[in-house]
Ligand binder design. Structure first.
Ligand SMILES: NC(=O)C1=CN([C@@H]2O[C@H](COP(=O)(O)OP(=O)(O)OC[C@H]3O[C@@H](n4cnc5c(N)ncnc54)[C@H](O)[C@@H]3O)[C@@H](O)[C@H]2O)C=CC1
Ligand SMILES: O=C(O)C(=O)COP(=O)(O)O
Length: 395
């Protein structure tokens, strides 16, 4: 069996090199798996061959998740693999912004070719007096892999840190310093912070999350840092807030044409995760998750299906992705019992509207038997994809 993997964007070799032996990269139009970063799949058809998509990174808003679930495609991301890279850039931008470094550097370059550069520098540097961040208040919206470490490290820089995340995970909550003050109303954070950084995923629910009302609550002259996604911020409301001085500076990793027309915007070309270390971490994690899924059906770090892990010991395994509705497992086991196949092990997990079942069978199936079972499984209402995996150790 050879698996076909299609890659998009620059994926670190540390990850792509894991696809050896039974894998071919970028050779087929009908891939089993896709490995990508920010490439958008929204306007691209998803071939029937496609079983899984691995996002080497955190945000999956470039992937049509609903359509993937309906077609039985498992989508993975790599939680935390690029968090440190983003944190370092956020904190450097925080300091650079407080010290007016971006405009100061731009001005210094205008001196090229003029005389007396040194004296011009001394005469004009007063235009760029900044502030120290020590003792200032930072608001962190979203305490996930990135927000949590931004919050902890900002404390180490002697900032006061306030955070808002109504859905913070227990695992992350354990890692957050008790000196990070958690608020339950966003308003409380918005109205008191000198700097605000946002680290929430973009979804239908969070589009335009920072809207007119949110900007109205902010302290005059505050500085807003957005390394999450541009669409989290309502552009018209941002424009007004920049024009009336509510936002003293908007630092974003997501430039667009409109932002170029505005004063006090610092636009960075989506560099948050662009470090050698982070690119390697993400590529390795994404490639490993994709391989494990294709070879064993086990799932780790999916964003549309539950985590599922069962050692593959039996000669064969059926993997079934289906709607989370009653009597599915009963129908699967009846179908196998009718053919006198014995179930050695089974695991069924659900997540929202979707569920996933692994069935290990004692029998080594012929290709005709496997085809018959897969055909029958796919006729069960609610099943979106079924696969038969052969355990190589029994060959
Ligand atoms: N600029 C860049 O290169 C990068 C950008 N990102 C962006 O940053 C986002 C966050 O990344 P991670 O921290 O790794 O994700 P994560 O999934 O670990 O954390 C997201 C956090 O946001 C919280 N959240 C969700 N909805 C919220 C709401 N309405 N209000 C407050 N909190 C809310 C969640 O509870 C979770 O704790 C990604 O989804 C992605 O869009 C991530 C990596 C690199
Ligand atoms: O991980 C994320 O969400 C990012 O935004 C990083 O994007 P990239 O992999 O650098 O295209």
């Amino acid at each position: 069996m050879t698996y076909q993997i299609q890659t998009y964007n620059k994926i670190a070799e540390a990850g792509t090199s894991l696809f050896r032996d039974s894998y071919e990269l970028n050779t087929a139009e009908e891939p089993d798996g896709i490995l990508l970063r920010s490439h958008s799949l929204h306007d691209q058809s998803l071939p029937p061959s496609l079983q899984a998509i691995a996002r080497a990174g955190a945000g999956t808003n470039n992937i049509p998740l609903h359509a993937c679930s309906e077609k039985g495609i498992v989508v993975f991301n790599t939680p935390g693999a690029n968090a440190n890279a983003v944190k370092e850039l956020v904190l450097s931008c925080l300091i650079a912004s407080a010290r007016n470094l971006f405009s100061a550097i731009r001005w210094t370059h205008t001196l090229e070719g003029t005389t007396n550069v040194a004296s011009q520098v001394e005469a004009n540097k007063k235009a760029f007096i900044g502030n120290e961040i020590r003792g200032k208040k930072l608001g962190v919206i979203g305490l996930g892999n990135i927000g949590s470490i931004v919050a902890n490290d900002a404390l180490a820089l002697d900032m006061d840190v306030v955070a808002y995340d109504p859905f913070v995970s227990v695992d992350v909550a354990w890692t957050i310093s008790r000196n990070v003050q958690r608020v339950h109303q966003l308003e409380e954070l918005l109205s008191t912070c000198d700097y605000i950084t946002i680290h929430v995923p973009l979804s239908q629910k969070t589009t335009g999350f920072i809207d007119k009302k949110a900007f109205r609550s902010m302290k005059k002259g505050m500085q807003f840092i957005n390394f999450a996604r541009g669409e989290l911020v309502d552009e018209q409301a941002l424009t007004h807030a920049l024009e009336d001085g509510t936002v003293g500076k908007y630092i974003t990793d997501f430039p667009n044409d409109h932002l170029f027309n505005l004063e006090n915007v610092v636009a960075i070309p989506h560099l948050g995760a662009s470090t050698t270390e982070s690119e390697e971490n993400c590529a390795i994690m994404a490639a490993q998750q994709l391989k494990v899924f294709l070879e064993t059906g086990n799932i780790r770090n999916s964003v549309n299906l539950p985590n599922v892990s069962l050692p593959l010991i039996s000669p064969g395994r059926l993997t079934i992705m289906h709607q989370n509705i009653p009597n599915m497992v009963g129908q699967f086991s009846t179908l196998l019992a009718e053919r006198e196949f014995n179930i050695a092990d089974m695991l069924n997990r659900s997540r929202g509207d979707w569920a996933y079942t692994l069935i290990d069978i004692d029998n080594k199936l012929t290709s005709d038997q496997a085809e018959d079972i897969l055909n029958r499984l796919q006729t069960i209402k609610g099943v979106v994809r079924a696969r038969h995996l052969v355990n190589g150790w029994h060959e």
